[in-house]
Design a protein around this ligand. Structure first.
Ligand code: SF4
Ligand code: SF4
Length: 72
């Protein structure tokens, strides 16, 4: 099971996830260069791992630190 941490270090994560802390501002969707962040069927947002380039921009722009790194 992958561990979720809030530690930001660009480019080093195994993946990214959006937590329930998301305020729905949309900044990460607009910023993601790969369009990897999408609305999920359950509400909230999901990071499509196959599209994510691990650039870390979503972590940088989120005003409430709701985007977290997922480390394997
Ligand atoms: S790390 Fe970069 S490519 Fe991946 S979801 Fe965040 S902004 Fe998009
Ligand atoms: S930037 Fe943060 S608060 Fe805004 S939509 Fe993305 S995860 Fe939610």
């Amino acid at each position: 099971m992958a561990a979720v941490t809030g530690t930001a270090s660009r480019g080093a994560a195994a993946g990214y996830a959006v937590t329930a802390a998301c305020a729905g501002c949309g900044a990460c969707l607009l910023t993601c260069p790969e369009h990897a962040i999408r609305p999920s069927h359950e509400g909230g947002l999901v990071v499509l791992d196959a599209l994510c380039s691990r650039c870390g921009e979503c972590v940088e722009v989120c005003p409430v630190d709701a985007v977290v790194e997922v480390r394997s």
